[in-house]
Design a protein around this ligand. Structure first.
Ligand code: IMP
Ligand code: MG
Length: 177
């Protein structure tokens, strides 16, 4: 189905399963190559990145831990810029390389907050991985180490991403019409 409805809004197919999975395969290959010497903790940002984290982490061939954190900043179709605290990360991260997994980086507000709070945990370094990136919306200076797919500044749902809590279960990604 190319056209779907989530709550009151209509969306059309934008990225199909093979496009998404190919991008994840490329990211995994790069991480497997680049991070072989590191003591790795993957940190996936809930809720949006749970599907991406599962598909990517399965393809990581290096010894690695994974943790899930939460920091919510979004309601409706506009980023609000209001931040909550980082919860869910209790391990000792000294000497470890954090691989931060985001579903999407939009304005970058969430990323800045995450990087600030992770900075207090004395990790060796933080590598930022985002499946999706909206370059036209990004307002921050922090370089993003690994990007899956760059997309225009339009609202999307599916593959973990939601519209007011719905649409996360879609296997493809859909764009608002
Ligand atoms: P940022 O703080 O503006 O970079 O937004 C980051 C968060 O907003 C992401 O982790 C998503 O949860 C959410 N978000 C940004 N763009 C979209 C979108 O197009 N659809 C659904 N959620 C989005
Ligand atoms: Mg998110």
């Amino acid at each position: 189905m190319d056209k779907i409805k989530v709550l009151d809004k209509e969306f059309i197919l934008y990225l199909d399963e093979s496009r998404i999975q190919n991008a994840i395969k490329d990211l995994a290959n790069r991480l497997n190559q680049d991070l072989a010497e590191e003591d790795l903790v993957f940190v996936a940002v809930l809720n949006g990145s749970f599907m991406f984290a599962a598909d990517l982490f399965r393809q990581i061939k290096l010894p690695a831990q994974i943790s899930f954190v939460k920091l919510s900043s979004y309601s409706g179709t506009q980023s609000t810029g209001t931040m909550n605290r980082l919860i869910g990360l209790n391990e000792d991260l000294r000497g470890k390389t954090i691989v931060l997994l985001e579903d999407i980086i939009d304005t970058g507000n969430t990323l800045v907050e995450l990087i600030q709070q992770l900075g207090d945990l004395h990790a060796k370094s933080v590598k930022i991985v985002s499946l999706l990136f909206k370059p036209e919306a990004y307002k921050k200076e922090i370089p993003i180490d690994y990007i899956g797919i760059e997309i225009p500044n339009e609202f999307i749902v599916g593959y973990g991403l939601d519209y007011n809590g719905f649409g996360r279960n879609l296997a493809c990604i859909y764009k608002i019409v």
